[in-house]
Design a protein around this ligand. Structure first.
Ligand code: IVH
Length: 701
């Protein structure tokens, strides 16, 4: 180290090598062997050190560095690339007879040649092909139409189970194909978070995997816990003995560092194939990710050529697809749930029935539209299905079992929670309760959102405690939280009625006192709650905005609003048109924001929050007022700044950033690869187009 704290480059090189090896080893143990060798904290510290060294010495940064996994590259559109070898699909079938036919046909075509089959899982995700040259990942491409796919290399690099650098021996130039899947637990965790954040949840892990690979910001992709399962190795000149069978190729891939699931089996005949299929038909529910069938391949690679291809799939492989498990069971009643935004969701309560390994008795009926379209009558036998997705779905009605007297289900007209008359807007699929400020689940839901991690982070208030505070009458809206006093909190507990119910339903001899003790708030608990509330006053403005729970305003939208308006007053007084100018805020959201602040009760809440000391101003530290009164639209890629950096820069110098060009735009700040549409529009509106250099000069002046 020199006098200025800089590390000598040679020392740095050694340390970079050391850190790379350590981090790679920890990653490998963690993702492949489920083994944590260090704490998250230690791991992050090592990664941070490596990131810092690479920043200080860019020449030491390698494309295979584990720091690449945190992402950073932004893709506006994905480059289309041609596959070196077409990405074929498989013939598939739901019928065991067709699998028998496939096996008999293959045996006949191959005659006396000895061979066997591999059976493996058919992962339900998104197919990608990875090219490796001299052991280094050079390109990742989606299947696309089989001939041409999207270059998603920067996102693929963030997936922990995709090796960036292979372990030798490996072929000089080859491709590994496989499926990107979203494991169930990570998928559920992400969807829960999306709901809290006001984002639309993904329908299933496959859609989530596919959506994640198409994220423009690879840093976002890095946060999704995707997995890559390798199922195919291909290339010219793969002559080594191990490469002559498919099972050998997968074994080799495993040695190189790929995630190859251990459930591959070499089968000698149709009986072994059928046994494998039968086993996984039920066992699949115990896997941590979704599969939708079994793939059977001829194991001896040199035989593939002689079997050849049909129009679009090889004759040496076939996929057996699992049928969705389905049962029918009588509908007992419909219960209705009211969510944070007032949406009323009908839920079918059915006679409990066994389905693919679990007992099913409840399933969502989505909304009034769904009930009408399915024409569900009271007491109907409902057809329930479980596909690749764990969560059972109602797919129809067994009308043969319907009694002639039964009447169509009538959706409730009043809110089951507060009695308000439900509303269904023109063209909407369902009903909602309009009583925002008087309907308990809506209020508690909003409180939950307010205290959530990504909002005000008041950790010591969980759902139970919020319900307690609501039931006791102490907290009826988010601003009430800031008036709480210690003596009001001490002794608060689940009300007597709930305690009785709990004991009644458990049927156990728990003493009432003990129960109350565990759930009532003590002096120390009260202190913790008040301290967390106090601390939330430091939460930055953008998160306060998000915490308000305005419909359609998610985490990102709140950030953009906070940046554009810089304080709550200018936001509260903005017109709908001005709101719609903000990046990521569409007209629908603009209307919601506008209406929110037009409601006197909401303004009152904001005033109380302000008086309590919450942050109501953006913390952007102003560097100058050089751009005061100027609005910029930013487009393309810049050399000195990332897109976010240049936006921050504009704001630090007093300017505003907007997403769409309008008469109010002062400049279009154009980087490289800017869209032609924007250019045309700017020219039409007569808006000056400036470069990064022009922009910097403007500031210097
Ligand atoms: S082999 C030429 N093996 O299923 C053979 N495919 O149409 C190439 N899939 O979208 C495919 N698991 O992505 C193979 N173990 C597995 C698979 C698998 C899932 C997908 C594949 C493709 C579809 C086949």
């Amino acid at each position: 180290m020199d006098l200025f704290g800089n590390t000598d480059i040679n020392d740095a090189r050694l340390r970079v090598e050391e850190l790379t090896a350590l981090i790679n080893r920890y990653n490998h143990e963690y993702y492949m062997n489920d083994n944590s060798l260090v704490s998250d904290y230690e791991f992050d510290a090592l990664l941070r050190e490596l990131i810092d060294l690479e920043k200080q010495y860019p020449e030491l940064k390698s494309p295979t560095s584990p720091t690449q996994r945190v992402g950073g590259e932004v893709n506006k559109t994905f480059r289309q690339v041609e596959h070196r070898f077409p990405m074929l699909s498989l013939g598939n079938t739901y019928s065991i007879e067709e699998i028998e036919e496939f096996e008999a046909r293959t045996r006949k075509l191959l005659g006396d040649v000895p061979f066997n089959y591999t059976c493996e899982l058919k992962y339900d995700g998104l197919a990608i092909g990875l090219t490796y040259k001299e052991g280094v990942l050079t390109q990742a491409v989606t299947r696309g139409n089989g001939s041409v796919g999207d270059d998603i290399t920067s996102n693929a690099r963030t997936i922990a189970t995709i090796p960036l650098q292979l372990k030798p021996p490996y072929p000089a130039d080859f491709e590994v194909r496989g499926e990107v899947v979203y494991p169930f637990d990570a998928f559920e965790e992400m969807n829960r978070q999306r709901e809290i954040d006001g984002d639309e949840p993904f329908a299933n892990p496959r859609n989530a995997a596919s959506g994640s690979l198409k994220l423009q910001d690879s840093r976002e992709c890095a946060k999704r816990k995707l997995q890559f399962c390798a199922y195919f190795v291909m290339g010219n000149n793969l002559d080594e003995p191990i490469m002559q069978t498919h099972s050998g190729r997968l074994e080799a891939a495993k040695q190189m560092g790929f995630n190859v699931q251990p459930y591959i089996k070499v089968c000698r005949n149709i009986d072994e194939i059928k046994a494998f299929i039968d086993y996984w038909d039920t066992e699949r529910w115990n896997l941590p990710f979704a599969i939708d069938g079994i793939v059977i391949k001829v194991n001896q690679v040199p035989l593939w050529d002689s079997l050849g291809l049909t129009a679009k799939s090889p004759r040496w492989a076939i996929a057996y697809k699992f049928k969705a498990a389905r049962v029918s069971t009588p509908l007992k009643e419909i219960s209705y749930q009211v969510g944070r935004t007032g949406i009323v969701t009908p839920v079918a309560v059915m006679e409990p029935v066994q389905l693919a390994g679990t007992v099913v008795q409840r399933a969502t009926l989505n909304n009034a539209d769904f009930i009408e379209k399915m024409d569900i009558h009271q007491g109907d036998w409902l057809l329930v299905e479980k596909g690749g997705e764990i969560i059972p779905k109602i797919v129809g009605v067994d009308t043969e079992k319907r009694s002639s007297a039964s009447q169509p289900v009538q959706f409730i007209r009043t809110c089951p929670e507060c009695g308000a008359t439900l509303v269904r807007e023109e063209g909407e699929a369902g009903f909602y309760c309009p009583n925002q400020d008087g309907c308990p689940p809506q209020i508690v839901g909003r409180l939950e959102h307010f205290v959530a991690r990504k909002a005000m982070r008041i950790d010591s208030l969980g759902t139970e405690r919020l319900k307690m505070l609501y039931n006791s009458g102490l907290v009826r809206n988010i601003a009430d939280l800031y008036d709480l006093r210690k003596e009001q909190l001490i002794g608060l507990s689940v009300d007597k009625l709930d305690v009785d119910n709990l004991i009644g339903s458990c049927g156990q001899n728990i003493s009432t006192d003990k129960h109350i003790n565990t759930s009532s708030i003590q002096a120390k608990g009260a202190d913790n709650i008040l301290a967390a509330i106090e601390q939330s006053k430091q939460v930055p403005f953008e998160r306060v905005l998000f915490a308000l729970g305005i419909r359609f305003v998610g985490e990102v939208g709140a950030k953009k609003l906070a940046r554009y308006f810089s304080d709550i007053d200018s936001l509260m007084n903005a017109s709908q048109e001005e709101l719609a100018q903000v990046e990521d805020i569409g007209e629908k959201t603009a209307t919601q924001i506008y209406n929110y602040f037009q409601t006197p009760e909401h303004r009152q809440i904001v005033e109380r929050l302000r008086a309590a000391g919450l942050q109501m101003k953006s913390a952007v530290s102003k560097v100058s007022n050089a751009l005061e009164g100027k609005t910029f639209v930013v487009s393309g890629v810049f050399s000195r700044f990332s897109r976010d950096e240049i936006k921050n820069h504009i704001e630090q110098h007093g300017g505003k950033v907007s997403s769409s060009l309008s008469a109010k735009t002062s400049y279009l700040l154009a980087g490289e690869r800017m869209g032609p549409e924007k250019l045309k529009k700017a020219e039409k509106l007569g808006i000056p187009i400036i470069s990064e250099e022009d922009y910097l000069k403007m500031i210097e002046e």
